[in-house]
Design a protein around this ligand. Structure first.
Ligand SMILES: NC(=O)c1ccc[n+]([C@@H]2O[C@H](COP(=O)([O-])OP(=O)(O)OC[C@H]3O[C@@H](n4cnc5c(N)ncnc54)[C@H](O)[C@@H]3O)[C@@H](O)[C@H]2O)c1
Length: 269
């Protein structure tokens, strides 16, 4: 078999059971990495791990609530024990609350910030000793287009995603001397269970999606695998020299202040 980009690497993926995280797990396994999927969704996680195994990859599921430091620590230790090291940490766990700020309860704000931001602190804190043992290591965090622009009725989410970009930069500075590169991917509208849940709160989900996609120059939702490919790039030496940056994968969404897509070749099957 030709050399794969992640042969010999071990990747811990927070929020790896669904959507973007699951696509990262599958692609990284195809590229030769051994994968630890850390998530609260046990059934989904175990199904994914079996799927990776059937395709010839190696993966374990570690049940983990990423808002709890002890669980992240145990999950990372389990990955290291199972696979004998750790080179890549991908933080994909995320949640969204929809509503104006004055409707939020303090617990909702705290929970969202804990899943979307504090989890990255815990993961890096408990992975860094292992990551430092390697000549090269990688942290990839998932931000959003709302790391850069406001978005209606999701004030905590946009604040959390702005923080993810800044945290990714700070990690890049503090651990560059250890051979670690830290970067952030900022997806646009991506067809995952999170997006489908968000749309389901609207009166006509399909119409709402069509309306949103008119705002995207390519005219289509990103596939989770589009985001995974960007994560792969940032988790291997093809991106050598890149650290502290944010890579937007949004079909052009942030390139225009106003836009209305009619038809593109990307919309054709
Ligand atoms: N889908 C989009 O359009 C979109 C756009 C921009 C950014 N993002 C970001 O991408 C990331 C992945 O989202 P997705 O769209 O794949 O959603 P998703 O809901 O399919 O996946 C999120 C995963 O995080 C896990 N998770 C949530 N809370 C957790 C916790 N406390 N502990 C452990 N795991 C937890 C979920 O179980 C799930 O597996 C998120 O950070 C999200 O904010 C998504």
């Amino acid at each position: 078999m030709a050399t794969r980009r992640l042969d010999g690497q071990v990747a811990w993926i927070g929020g790896g059971a669904s959507g973007i995280g699951a696509a990262v797990a599958e692609l990284f396994a195809e590229e030769g990495a051994r994968i630890a999927v850390a998530d609260v969704q046990t059934e989904r996680g175990e199904t994914l791990v079996r799927k990776i195994g059937r395709s010839g990859g190696q993966a374990i599921f570690t049940p983990c609530n990423v808002t709890r430091e002890v669980e992240i620590q145990a999950s990372i230790e389990q990955a290291v024990e199972q696979f004998g090291g750790l080179q890549i940490v991908v933080n994909c766990a995320g949640i969204v609350h929809v509503g104006p700020l004055d409707d939020y309860r303090e617990e909702q704000w705290d929970e969202l910030m804990a899943v979307n931001v504090k989890s990255i602190f815990f993961a890096v804190k408990h992975a860094i000793a292992e990551l430092r043992k390697n000549h090269r290591s990688y942290v990839v965090n998932i931000g959003s287009v709302s790391s850069f622009v406001g978005q209606a009725l999701t004030p905590a989410y946009t604040a959390s995603k702005g923080a993810v970009v800044q945290l990714s930069r700070s990690i890049a500075l503090d651990y560059a001397a250890d051979g670690l590169r830290s970067n952030c991917i900022c997806p646009g509208i991506t067809d995952t269970p999170m997006l489908r849940f968000h749309l389901s709160t609207m009166p006509d989900p399909e119409a709402a999606l069509r309306e949103r996609l008119r705002r995207v120059p390519l005219g289509v939702a990103m596939d989770p695998r589009d985001i995974a490919k960007a994560a792969l790039y940032l988790a291997c030496e093809e991106s050598s020299g890149i650290t502290g940056t944010s890579l937007t994968v949004d079909g052009g969404y942030l390139s225009a202040a106003e836009w209305s897509t009619k038809h593109t070749r990307f919309m054709e099957l």
